[in-house]
Write a protein that binds this ligand. Sequence first.
Ligand code: TXA
Ligand code: MG
Length: 314
Amino acid sequence: MDSLLLQAIKYLKQGEIVAAPTDTVYGLFGDATNDDAIQKIYRVKGRPSYNPLIVHVNGIDMAKTIGQFDNESESIANYFWNIVKKPLTIVLKLTNNNISKYVTSGLKTVALRCPYHKIAIDLISEFNGPLAAPSANTSNKLSPTSYSMVKNDIGHKIPLILDGGECNIGIESTIIDLTRKPYVISRPGGVSNEDIEAFLNTNIVFNTTNNNDNTIIAPGMLKKHYSPNLPLRINATAPQDGEAFIAFGNTNNKYDANLSAIGDLYEAAKNLFSTLSKLDNPNKYNGIAIMPIPNFGIGIGINDRIKRAAYKQK
Ligand code: TXA
Ligand code: MG
């Protein structure tokens, strides 16, 4: 086994927490059954305790020891985790008493996800148990999609970051709550609603409402989230004085950044957080403006993130 992976497993067994890449964004991993480790995750992120964490597993067998599956939830997990290998997190009834109550914020349900990434899967498999992981950033700040983004944000607070280069997807997993009928998408993300509806062959409900900061129905859907330090202006057509400008698609002008010059929403998602991070420089700019992003497919997940990133507290 790779020596850094071995070191990571050692830390996890000791109740330490480590950052590692996944297919979506970098995660901050800790033993899901260890209260101390989980409390460390909340402390390092400055995350409110009412916002539960996703439990990461290496496949359906491990997931079955934690959540209550029926035929349909099993076929959904199998399709998205094993066949198309897309980032779908499923919320099920919790059946395992060993999962720390801090992971679920005391809820009777649990969010389960099988990341499609060798390092993340090796970590879970070698640890041989479920690992809770939020994104590896300070709460409300930009989600990290590279080793250096994690290092610059929380690197000084954790013993180890495994380097897996840039994450492929770039925005977090889509979360579907299978404990409610019809099923509810409580966070749009790296799998499009269209992909999910096509597989299920039925309509799903989208939870698009912004909850107050401490309601628990769709915890984590905070109005302000994923934010750069500079103010962000969305649906912009041109930069204003002193603003950094992020384009999308083929433009005549050369701007500070373009999420995807060919107008590819997957490429745009992959570039989103790293681009915001690169331009988030108060010495150079007084704000960041971003062009409208088409609101279909994975664009719904991108728009969710930038709307929250731009949210101004009243
Ligand atoms: O792509 C991802 O999902 C990344 C990588 C690291 O796997 N993780 C991630 O975790 O985005 P985090 O902590 O930033 O977001 C977890 C989301 C929150 O919105 C939380 O409220 C929701 O999952 N969640 C966790 N448990 C839940 C539950 N039982 N019911 C509903 N939502 C839940
Ligand atoms: Mg996060």
